[in-house]
Design a protein around this ligand. Structure first.
Ligand code: PLP
Length: 381
């Protein structure tokens, strides 16, 4: 029996090694990885320039604490702020911590308490981020939750308007809901929300933990919708597998987090920073992002052509290389069968197959994955 808490229903794959888009198990079986560690290994496993950067940092120093200047934090911060609407960065170790920081900052900046989030959202598992998450199954058994979160239906501007009042500090949402089923936000909803937030001095926080770092073909997914949030939060793809998160905010919020107001021992760890710097130098290049867009368009077009007529498939949607295939009923058996056939894919809720391949995936690998999915989904048609 395992000594681990059974917090995950694990598939029968014991990983021995991984490189690029390939994962190899202890029996030597190879898998094409279309999950990338839940959207983490955006550059594939052990990308050479990331590995080199980590190895070089290992030879220098591993940890000294944020009591001292760690110059590489500024390098990563410059890459993040030069490629976003933000001006200042707070580093942490995970997505939940990044959102936690954003929630704290919004409350301190405004002196208000209510934070509006969306139904079906996912923002993390800490107490505040679990309370922010609009899914009862995540919260079950842990109540009472923090009371100052109010959930509104996604893409429903009237509901958002109704929820906003004088006690509202922030609106926090994903521009594409990941765990909630790969649901793409509507531009008109997001733009109207931005306008209301600006008018009423409410912070607009975009959770880019799954959508950021090139995943959708832009450095950050909010850019698809022509909005400029006050804060974005990142994690997952930032370190390509080395844990790191960040909150990126506009300049006017810099002094809200003065010395001693917020912190974490490991945030901005030099090894994580070395990894993040190499990731961002690679991903935040026009040609790289254009290639993600082109492969994403190819993937979604092929899926539509080849699965669009399958009566078991209800919808195919997404942006860049973040794609959901919504099916008529539960997809867990399909996912297990695909894994048996050597293709790692994810779910997003019970009925959506979620594809988050490494952004370095080739068209040949996309074709290979599509073929396996066609065969598996044909059994359900
Ligand atoms: N926010 C979003 C949109 C996520 O997809 C996730 C993780 O799946 C999180 C927050 C939480 O991140 P972490 O698991 O690193 O705490």
């Amino acid at each position: 029996m395992s000594v681990l808490f059974p917090t995950y229903n694990r598939f029968n794959v014991a990983v021995a090694e991984a490189e690029g888009t390939t994962v190899i198990d202890e029996n030597g079986k190879s898998y094409l990885d279309f999950g990338a560690g839940i959207g983490v290994c955006n550059l594939g496993h052990r990308h050479p320039s990331v590995q080199k950067a980590i190895e070089e940092q290992l030879q220098k120093y591993w940890h000294v604490s944020n009591l001292y200047h760690i110059p590489i934090q500024e390098d990563v911060g410059a890459l993040l702020t030069n490629n976003s609407m933000g001006d200042c960065v707070f580093y942490c170790n995970s997505g939940a911590e990044a959102n936690e920081a954003a929630i704290k900052l919004a409350r301190k900046a405004t002196g208000k308490t209510k934070i509006i989030t969306c139904r079906q959202s996912f923002h993390g598992r800490t107490f505040a981020t679990m309370s922010a998450t609009g899914q009862e199954k995540i919260q079950e058994g842990f109540g009472p939750l923090l009371e100052t979160f109010q959930y509104v239906p996604y893409n429903d501007i009237e509901a958002a308007k109704e929820a906003i009042d004088d006690s509202t500090a922030a609106v926090m949402l994903e521009v594409i809901q990941g765990e909630g089923g790969v649901i793409v936000g509507e531009e008109s909803f997001l733009k109207q929300l931005e306008a209301i937030c600006q008018e009423k001095d409410i912070l607009l926080i975009i959770d880019e933990i799954q959508t950021g770092i090139g995943r959708t073909g832009k450095s950050f997914a909010y850019k698809h919708f022509c909005i400029s949030p006050d804060i974005i939060t990142v994690a997952k793809g930032l370190g390509n597998g080395i844990p790191v998160g960040g909150m990126i905010a506009k300049a006017k919020y810099r002094d809200v987090f003065g010395p001693g107001s917020h912190g974490t021992t490991f945030g901005g760890n030099p090894i994580a920073m070395a990894s993040a710097k190499a990731v961002l130098q690679t991903v935040f290049q026009d040609e790289f992002l254009e290639d993600v867009t082109s492969k994403g368009n190819y993937l979604i077009k092929q899926l539509n052509e080849k699965l669009g007529n399958n009566p078991f498939v209800k919808d195919i949607r997404g942006k860049g290389l973040m794609i959901g295939i919504e099916c008529k009923s539960d997809v867990s058996e399909i996912i297990s069968n695909l894994i048996d056939k050597g293709l790692l894919v994810l779910n997003a809720g019970p009925r959506v197959i979620r594809l988050l391949p490494p952004l370095i995936v080739t068209k040949e690998e996309i074709d290979q994955a599509i073929q396996l999915m066609i065969e598996e989904l044909a059994k359900k048609a």
